[in-house]
Design a protein around this ligand. Structure first.
Ligand code: ZN
Length: 628
């Protein structure tokens, strides 16, 4: 199964068209402004010799934010014309290409600051991570706009890598995975196998002892670039490699470990390696890691990586709410990896997780205005967590931007004889099915409504399968093939209609969205005695702004009715409300007193979608509320 080219698919439901409009009108110009103000663009000007000065900025991987912005902008411009964004993008592309060395190398930190130390510190200095994002931006322009100016530079860069690393050359791979998946994308767009082969070789090289990073630690000049890294690489003076998934050869990985974003990017590329070689052992390893992640180490929001210490994974069932790290990039990465697994297996379980991460953990990373961002996404706040316009390490803003812009790639899939609707958004697409050009139109107001209508219009009658995913949360689904007696069947989480289609055939599906309370595996100690409210794919949260008091005081009875009302707040969300009780805060003097001293009062408790919290100023929030 493959995704649909972004040039062919258009999203049409109010929810996502609004987010995509915000991307072009607000998010992209806001990010560009930050790139300029934080000297990220100056660094390219200086490396190109267009401006005097050295490297400026906090992080050696600042270039990557420029590339991710470009990638998001390529998707945005394919959705909506904008002279402002177009001009900013053209200027940026010219700068990037001007800064590239004649031999293909490109990294402004090393070019300006350490020209003699290129590729000497692969474990921490992120040169190939930046290069990977350069390639992804170039591929995005080629694929969604047919523009190949940046691609020429990216090919030159990839050829420079091919001349430096690989079998018979240097054994080296980047401490922050990304280049692998980027080289695979470059291979797809150029039809050149050599880039995919280098990516696969890098995946295979990783995790074998001794790691090349140990040698780098002994190199004084390399070590001087990142003296702090020693503590991350060594535990009691022993190298473990878990932080960057360098702890074991890929087929021996049996659980999700280390830095969350690094892990996602590695396994996206590994899924390609497994598919390419029909590699059962690698398939099994990836399924095992995935199962460990989604059944023991993922928040209900699809956020992953609970710890700020390693920006990553800890132990099974360690999912604290208040201190949850759950980086926006990691939730985006989970959507990307989910898609890679989904395309390899056509199993809807992967789309269930993609949907969870997309509508909750990832989307919470951006404000409704599109110009403020969360880096970490806790499931509880006591009023101090607030979105900001930018970060010193600014990976998250352009990552959520590129996900919103490229969403058409994730919601549906095709092969020659089947169309899959993974996430029931509204869309229009024309693609070849059963050898015939076929228009598919999905009318939807998801996630506010579970009713969708799919109209199929092949140029002439043709046979193919139409598959619609039944979400894991949906337990009352109805389907109707209008004016036909044909029956549907079920396969791997999809309802399937296999038949001869003619123009104007209509399928109606109702997922029966109702408010539902969910609970956790009791081994998630932080959620004991707590429940969370959901509505279709959305996880809801209680916010102080609606309650008038901190949601930590609240207890709810899941047996009571939950009322659903339309609203015009927060972009037109559905509000959920139920009767609840809350502790009184007018406690007796002193910190402690005999049980029964605290009074309770009855309240009407309102809940809003988790993604929409913190859009009315900082205030307390809670996803997992006490069950009373
Ligand atoms: Zn990030």
């Amino acid at each position: 199964m493959r995704s649909l080219p972004l040039s062919q698919i258009r999203l049409t439901d109010p929810f996502w068209t609004n987010w995509q409009k915000t991307l072009v009108d607000s998010t992209l110009p806001a990010i560009y402004k930050q790139l300029e103000e934080t000297h990220r663009l100056s660094n390219f000007r200086r490396a190109a010799g267009l401006e005097e000065g050295g490297f400026e900025g906090k992080f050696w991987f600042d270039d990557s934010d420029v590339y991710k912005y470009l990638e998001a902008a390529a998707y945005g411009l394919a959705i909506k014309k904008s002279p402002v964004v177009r001009k900013q993008v053209d200027d940026t592309i010219s700068l990037v290409l001007a800064a590239q060395q004649p031999d293909g190398y490109l990294n402004t930190f090393f070019q300006l600051k350490h020209p003699d130390l290129k590729y000497r510190n692969l474990h921490t200095m992120h040169e190939m991570y930046c290069g990977g994002h350069f390639i992804e931006a170039a591929v995005a322009f080629a694929e969604s706009l047919g523009e190949k100016k940046l691609l020429v530079g990216a090919i030159k860069y990839a050829d420079h890598l091919l001349n430096t690393f690989g079998p018979e050359k240097r054994r080296g791979y980047c401490g922050h995975e990304e280049i692998e998946l980027a080289l695979i994308r470059l291979s797809d767009v150029t039809k050149q196998a050599k880039y995919r082969e280098l990516a696969h070789w890098m995946i295979e090289a990783r995790g074998h002892s001794p790691s090349p990073y140990i040698e780098e630690l002994a190199d004084q000049e390399s070590h001087a670039l990142s003296p702090w890294a020693r503590g991350m690489l060594l535990q009691q003076e022993r190298y473990t490699g878990e932080y960057f998934q360098d702890h074991a050869p890929i087929r021996e990985h049996d659980k999700i470990v280390g830095h969350a974003v690094r892990a996602m990017y590695l396994y996206i590329a590994a899924a390609d390696l497994a598919a390419d070689a029909a590699d059962e052992k690698l398939d099994t390893a990836l399924e095992t890691i995935w199962t460990n992640l989604v059944s023991r180490r993922m928040y209900v929001t699809g956020g992953i990586g609970p710890s700020s210490k390693n920006e990553g994974f800890t132990e099974d069932f360690d999912l604290p709410n208040l201190s949850a790290y759950a980086e926006t990039c990691a939730a985006c990465g989970l959507v990307f990896w989910g898609q890679a697994m989904l395309q390899a297996t056509a199993n809807a379980e992967y789309a269930d997780v993609m949907e969870r991460a997309l509508y909750n953990g990832a989307l919470a990373g951006i404000s409704l205005t599109g110009d403020k961002f969360f880096y970490d996404n806790p499931l509880e706040s006591r009023g101090t967590h607030d979105r900001t316009p930018w970060f010193g390490c600014a990976c998250c803003p352009p990552n959520i931007a590129r996900l919103i812009g490229s969403l058409g790639k994730y919601v549906a899939g095709v092969n020659d004889s089947a169309f899959y609707l993974h996430i029931p958004v509204g869309l229009d697409v024309t693609t070849r099915l059963g050898g015939v050009n076929t228009k598919i139109e999905v009318k939807s107001n998801y996630p506010w409504s579970g009713e969708i209508e799919i109209t199929v219009s092949p140029e002439k009658p043709t046979d193919f399968e139409l598959l619609v995913r039944i979400p894991d949360w949906a337990d009352d689904v109805s389907t109707d093939l209008v004016n036909s007696e044909d029956e549907a069947d079920y396969e791997s989480g999809y309802v399937r209609f296999a038949r001869r289609w003619k123009a104007g055939d209509v399928v109606k599906v109702d997922f029966g969205i109702q408010p539902r309370w969910v609970e956790s595996d009791p081994r998630v100690r932080d959620n004991l005695g707590r429940i969370a409210l959901t509505y279709g794919p959305l996880i809801y949260a209680a916010e102080e702004h609606d309650l008038g008091f901190a949601p930590q005081l609240l207890s709810v009875d899941p047996e009571l009715e939950v009322e659903v009302t339309e609203s015009d707040i927060l972009g037109g969300i559905k509000l959920l409300a139920t009767e609840a009780i809350s502790e009184r805060e007018d406690f007796v003097e002193g910190l402690y007193a005999e049980v029964g001293t605290t009074g309770v009062r009855e309240n009407d408790a309102k809940f809003i979608p988790y993604y929409a919290w913190n859009n009315r100023g900082p205030n307390s929030m809670q996803v997992w509320v006490r069950k009373g």
